[in-house]
Structures are given as C-alpha cells and as structure tokens.
Design a binder for this molecule. Structure first.
Ligand code: IPE
Ligand code: IPE
Ligand code: MG
Length: 254
C-alpha cells in the first residue's frame, strides 16, 4: 500500500467526489501529438481513478466528460469523443459489474447521437443492480441547462396544479435537478491548472471543497487522488458557522 493511501482517514472520506477531467488536449500537444491522442490516454486515468475510489469506499464519483459547450468543438473531435465514449462503455461494462459499480448519467441525453444514447441506456440497465460505487458520467451536461430545465418543469407542474408556488423550497428545486438522487459533492477536483468551474454543478457545489492541480488529466492517477483527499481531510468545513462552533460540535459527536 502506498504511504499516501495509509494516511487517509477512511472514516472521513468525502461521500461524493466530482472531477473536471481537463487537459487532455494540452497533454497531447506537449508530446507533439494530436488532441485525440490525449483523449485516448484520458481513458486510462478514468479506469485508474474509478478503481481507486471503489477501493477506498467512496460512494459517489461524478466525472465531467463532455459539456454542453463542448458540442461547439471541431466536428472531428466531437465525433471522436462520442466514439471513444461508446467504445469505452462497451469494453468496461463487464469490469463495472465485476466491481459492483453502478453507472449513472447526467446531462441532455437528447443531444447525443442515437448509437451513443442506446449504448449508454444498455450500460445503465446492465449495472442497475450494483450496490458499490456510483459512477456518474456528466455528458452533454451544463449546470445552466440543468437549472433552466428544472425551472421549466417546475413551472409546468405548478400550472398542472401538482405543486404550489408558495411551497417551493430548496428541496423542491433539488428534486428537479439531474442529481436529485445524489448527495452534493464534498470534494471537487479540477486537473490541468485551470481555476474555473466551467458550468459544472453550480448549485450542488455550493459547499464543496475545491481542489485544483496542475497535473493534466492523462497523468492523473490514484496517488494524485489520495493527495486531493488528504488535502480535503486537512480542511475545516464551517458551513457559515464559526470555528469554535464546529469544534464544539465535533467534540459532542465524539
Ligand atoms: C478535457 O480535456 C476533455 C474534454 C473537455 C472533453 P480538453 O480537451 O479540454 O483538453 P485541453 O483543456 O484543451 O488541454
Ligand atoms: C470542461 O472543460 C468540460 C470537461 C472537462 C468535460 P473545458 O476544457 O471544456 O472547459 P474550458 O473551456 O476550459 O472552460
Ligand atoms: Mg479543457
């Protein structure tokens, strides 16, 4: 076992880790290769991190794989990413089942080409009985799309008399988000040295601890994940309260 892994307090793991997997293109360019080469290598990192989270006992892992805005990339890159996605899912379903991992997707599935959404649907069904790690792929996802969609559906349900406007609270809104069955991420990691959220889980990340690393996604491995978790465990999460209040609460809980 690695030194870093041993230092992790397994009783204080983040229940939900969300990752913006960024830097594939630059990683490839730095090696004098095409951007697609970076995406292919990024898959190895996905495998490694999914395995790492499952081994530790993390309950939810959300991976930002393709944003709504990514549809505006050159068509050859978009097509290659879709094919890579379908290919990877087809190849990995067996391993997911073997490791008791359940696949979920969040995002605008209507934007995906039919062959991709069919493949995904199949994988969702094939892993639906698994009870270990929940692996959530954010595909064709953006937070503004999700929020607009939620508001639209709330409006329709108000109109249909299913909910009263004066009864709307944070729980109501959460029920209309793609993440209604997931706890909020406690740790959000972004690779590649960019310090932004890029339309990812804007509502759900309200109190997440943010961790940024210069490591490009294709180089990101379990050891890097352990570092992020250790950093998370060294922080004091105050949720608006004072440090003294938090200390008192922790003592009472012990
Ligand atoms: C992340 O890597 C993968 C996707 C957004 C699909 P990028 O493709 O954004 O790589 P960079 O940021 O250009 O290096
Ligand atoms: C965010 O990365 C989306 C994913 C990692 C899927 P981008 O590379 O698209 O984000 P920006 O454009 O640098 O903000
Ligand atoms: Mg990028």
């Amino acid at each position: 076992m690695s030194d870093l892994k041993e230092k992790i307090d397994l009783t204080r793991l983040p229940r939900h880790i969300a990752i913006i997997m960024d830097g594939n293109g630059r990683w490839a360019k730095e090696k004098g290769e095409d951007r697609l080469f970076g995406h292919f290598h990024g898959v190895e990192s996905v495998r490694n991190i999914v395995e790492g989270c499952a081994e530790l006992g993390v309950e939810y892992l959300t991976l930002y794989a393709f944003s709504t805005e990514n549809w505006d990339r050159p068509v050859n890159e978009v097509n290659a990413l879709m094919e890579l996605l379908v290919d990877t899912i087809r190849r990995e379903v067996e391993t997911l089942n073997k490791n008791n991992i359940r696949l979920h997707v969040i995002g605008d599935m209507e934007m995906l080409p039919e062959y991709a959404s069919n493949e995904l649907q199949e994988a969702l069904e094939m892993t639906s009985h698994n009870t270990g790690l929940n692996l959530v792929m954010a595909l064709s996802y953006s937070s503004r799309w999700e929020l607009v969609n939620a508001v639209k559906n709330i409006g329709l349900d108000v109109k249909a008399g299913k909910i009263k406007p004066e009864e709307i609270d944070d729980k109501t809104l959460e029920n209309y988000l793609c993440t209604s069955n997931l706890p909020d991420p406690e740790l959000m990691i972004r690779t590649s040295g960019e310090y932004r959220i890029s339309n990812f889980l804007l509502y759900q990340l309200a109190y997440a601890e943010l961790y940024f690393t210069n490591t490009r996604w294709p180089d990101f491995r379990k050891e890097n994940l352990y570092e992020a978790i250790l950093d998370f465990q060294g922080r004091e999460r105050r949720f608006g309260k004072t440090s003294e209040q938090i200390e008192k609460e922790t003592k009472v809980a012990l």
